[in-house]
Design a protein. Structure first.
Length: 134
């Protein structure tokens, strides 16, 4: 793990959340992106070397909508940048972590991503990510 890449926050209304976080962080989001496979639209804010990712559902069966139904708005996950996502997945499995994704998949912001199940991390959803072009 190289650094905290971003913190994901589940929101009900992306427009309202962008305004709220724009005021809080005193900056505008630099990118909005839809990830159809996950039924989510994301908005990214850059803060120093890290990012905040707002996640809003685009359909009722999306993982973010299920999270919002169960827990409401709030922190959804923490993401760590890795140098070699395939090697990191293999290492995590060998260490006994339960992975939601056995292989990296396309994520937002030009990333390959995989998630570690919260059962393995004390209740926190953890994402590992790597730039697609590496």
């Amino acid at each position: 793990m190289q650094k905290i890449e971003h913190i994901g926050i589940a929101v009900k209304n992306l427009d309202e959340a962008e305004k709220r976080f724009g005021k809080l962080l005193n900056t505008l989001p630099y990118k909005r992106e839809s990830v159809e496979s996950e039924g989510v639209i994301t908005s990214f804010f850059k803060i120093g070397a890290s990012k905040i990712e707002l996640l809003a559902p685009t359909r009722p069966d999306s993982p973010i909508q299920k999270f919002l139904n169960k827990k409401g708005e709030g922190m959804h996950h923490i993401a760590f940048e890795v140098a070699d996502i395939d090697l990191q997945i293999k290492t995590l499995k060998e260490e006994g972590f339960i992975l939601i994704n056995d292989q990296a998949k396309a994520g937002a912001d030009n990333k390959q991503v995989a998630f570690i199940h919260p059962k393995s991390t004390g209740g926190i959803l953890v994402e590992i990510c790597q730039e697609k072009n590496k």
